[in-house]
Design a protein around this ligand. Sequence first.
Ligand SMILES: Cc1ncc(COP(=O)(O)O)c(C=O)c1O
Length: 414
Amino acid sequence: MPFNVEAIRADFPILQTKMAGKQLVYLDSAATSQKPKVVIEAIRDYYVRYNANIHRGIYELSEKATEAYIQSKEKAARLINADGIENIVYTRNATESLNLVALTYAAQNVRKGDHILITEMEHHSNIVPWQLLANRNNATLDYIKVDVKTGMLDRNSLSECMEKGPVIVSITQASNVLGTINDVKVIAKDAHSHGAAVIVDGAQSIPHMKVDVKDIDCDFLAFSAHKMFGPTGLGVMYAKSDMLDKMEPLFGGGDMIMTVTLKSHTWNGLPWKFEAGTSNIEGGIAFGAAIDYLNGLGLAAIDRHEKSLTEYALKRLGEIEGVSTFGPDLKYVDKRVGLVAFSVGGVHAHDIAQVFNDNGIAIRAGHHCAMPLVREVLKRDSLARMSFYAYNTKEEIDKAVDAIEKVKKVFKVC
Ligand SMILES: Cc1ncc(COP(=O)(O)O)c(C=O)c1O
């Protein structure tokens, strides 16, 4: 079936609007995706027809809200091939999911002198929690190096780091700067053979490709609803049941308990033991609608479409003098997700983004919450990035190319 981008675009009201007086060209879905009408409607429907707290009320509205919230977890479990909702903990975002693993499982298991292993291409969300933990528990944080030429992980560095016998390996499945897709299945196998627990940051992979937690065999997986057509304020921490069983909850309060006495308490079952207090009910319900929408388009079709856009963007940007792109090159486009970071001569990325804005084009500019990668590895102050989703077109990339020509003219780049 051909991918009907025009029909998809009609589902997104914001894509019919203007920015800076021009037809909006939204090329920043890696930061957050736009939302289809069905997701916006799901939020409205909840508030208009069945707003009530969940788990608590013995009345129809509350039962309906609880059912919709649980259905959303069932959909999330099916999406990643988890066993069931007991493995799906809802958080605020991928950042909170990664912090939750660091503050619970890792805090309870990392000892003085242990090694924690991440990579140089991580988002701050998968760096800072481990720096904090390493400091607190007197552990050492090691980084698998990035091969700047290929934009992929350096194999020698990977094996050297594994030889140190890390107890935690936390790695992104797709880089938000390089676009690189890491072979997390192979890395997880290696890590497990050294006795490590494996955490995958799926923030940039889950929205764009089929991911199967059983196939990867990761112990934890983190991602955010807002990057996959869903609402902000809702993230997922997937974990294997035996991990969750062993872990103490981070927060105490309502919903996470079974019984409370003046002296003590017992915990609720999974996943509720990790969800204290009133949940983001509208977020959970809208996320269910987002997953339905995503499945309706088909992850394989989305992946194919984005790869063809990425290939086209790499080709077109490669033809412009003074423009550099980052990450795996054209022949490895199958190892990339749909985003391209680029620079134009020595022009600051904020200046590039300003010219793009004036032409109605939204892109991301700066360090992309990956300062170690951008500054210390790629040796750049800032980069511009265009990122794609199901609703983007080659014509929009052509508009971005025209905007780059304007940047060159304004800032006199030869
Ligand atoms: C690779 C990666 N990990 C984690 C995050 C954090 O996601 P959130 O801000 O939704 O917590 C992002 C956000 O851009 C990301 O790109």
